[in-house]
Design a protein around this ligand. Structure first.
Ligand code: ADE
Length: 223
């Protein structure tokens, strides 16, 4: 899989993409993540990529030309399954969406910024608009990092124990059951007895029951 991220703040992407599972997945060759500085596609002498909004709206808007030039260059090199745009008015990101995207070959993530991007970009180039939640960030970079993380960890081989991706919260519309490690008794707080029993079937039943109870209590909307 290949993920191309287009941003005016490439340095902001460095941290999340170069640590932990995302780092290892790239080292193992499971995914190639390429960050593009939108300013490299500006024809302006000062590498500007934004301008004032027409009308009376305040704030700067990312211009069409650098974005068209960048995406057209990428598309001339390979075929893309999706051109994703991160914006607060996009479709709400969720686990089924991450599952679907993790099966794609090549995707572009265009990070929104400032007051927005010229709407012609969204109409002509973007195939999917994603919001990571009902709040407004200063830009789409963190959203792009979150989407990349959620996708990449699902690629077979990205996390050591593949079973653990399947038992995540949301994978079966249930919150995950609580987990414990040693010691079994910490300051009088005991690990549920059943987990020490060694009985695989009973433990699975208990985990399902607890998952159901937690979901009913904390996220009834999932049921
Ligand atoms: N850009 C600004 N806010 C955002 C959000 N909530 N989701 C995705 N991209 C954004």
């Amino acid at each position: 899989m290949r993920i191309d991220i287009i941003t005016v703040l490439p340095e902001m992407m460095e941290g999340p993409l170069t640590c932990s599972i995302l780092k290892r997945a790239q080292e193992k060759g499971l995914v190639e993540i390429v960050v593009h500085n939108l300013r490299d596609y500006s024809t302006d002498v000062r590498r500007r990529v934004d301008d004032y909004a027409f009308g009376f709206g305040a704030g700067m808007v990312l211009q069409c030309d650098p974005i068209f030039r960048c995406i057209e260059k990428l598309k001339s090199e390979r075929e893309y399954d999706e051109v994703i745009f991160t914006a607060p008015d996009g479709e709400r990101f969720c686990q089924p969406m991450a599952n679907q995207l993790s099966m794609k070959e090549n995707i572009i993530i265009l990070c929104g910024h400032y007051k927005g991007v010229d709407h012609r970009v969204r109409e002509a180039l973007v195939t999917k608009e994603i919001s990571i939640g009902d709040y407004v960030l200063t830009g789409g970079e963190m959203a792009a990092a979150i989407i990349s993380d959620a996708i990449v960890r699902l690629i077979p081989g990205a996390i050591g124990d593949e079973q653990s991706a399947l038992s995540d919260s949301f994978q079966d519309n249930l919150l995950a059951p609580p987990v414990y490690t040693r010691p079994a008794d910490y300051r009088g707080m005991k690990v549920p007895e059943i987990l020490l029993s060694g009985n695989e079937r009973k433990i699975a039943e208990w985990e399902h029951e607890v998952a159901l109870e937690r979901t009913e209590r904390l996220r009834p909307d999932l049921l």
